[in-house]
Write a protein that binds this ligand. Structure first.
Ligand SMILES: [Zn+2]
Length: 146
């Protein structure tokens, strides 16, 4: 089954939408499906049973659960051997992804705090200059008065 569309992040992409529709078509054509399937979106992660239009909306809005690469909950078969290999591959790729996500997040956070600091220092310097100029001008005014 073609699952390349799962790697598309843009949920408005026609290929992604077609992939979602293909998945729904296939999942609902499975025997024993009685109007509802487990929703494989990022939020439900196969824990909720939903109607087709709701599952479609979830998948187009929230995205497909990345770790769910073998659709065994929706009738896709996998042999015992495959299961082991897939599980290993899943572990490796999900770990790597998690780490890079965390790094990116940390990096973004440090950039944010750096900007906050620069802004803060700039504000302090500006306020400092302003109060100094007030003080100086009042001193000058006082001296001129005398
Ligand atoms: Zn869902």
């Amino acid at each position: 089954m073609d699952k390349k569309w799962l790697n598309i992040n843009n949920k408005a992409d026609q290929v992604y939408i077609k992939g979602v529709d293909g998945f729904l078509e296939w999942a609902y054509s499975q025997p024993r499906v009685n109007g509802m399937i487990r929703c494989p979106c990022k939020l439900c992660v196969n824990t909720k049973f939903k109607h087709r239009n709701k599952v479609r909306r979830d998948l187009l809005k929230k995205g497909f659960w990345e770790s769910y690469t073998v659709w065994d909950m929706h009738g896709e078969l996998r042999s015992v051997q495959d299961k082991k290999i897939v599980a290993k591959v899943e572990d490796c790729s999900s770990n790597k992804k998690d780490i890079s996500d965390i790094n990116v997040k940390k990096f973004n956070e440090s950039i944010d705090s750096l900007y906050a600091w620069v802004y803060f220092i700039f504000l302090m310097v500006a306020v400092g200059f302003w109060s100094w100029s007030l003080l100086l001008s009042s001193m000058v005014a006082r001296r001129n008065h005398i």
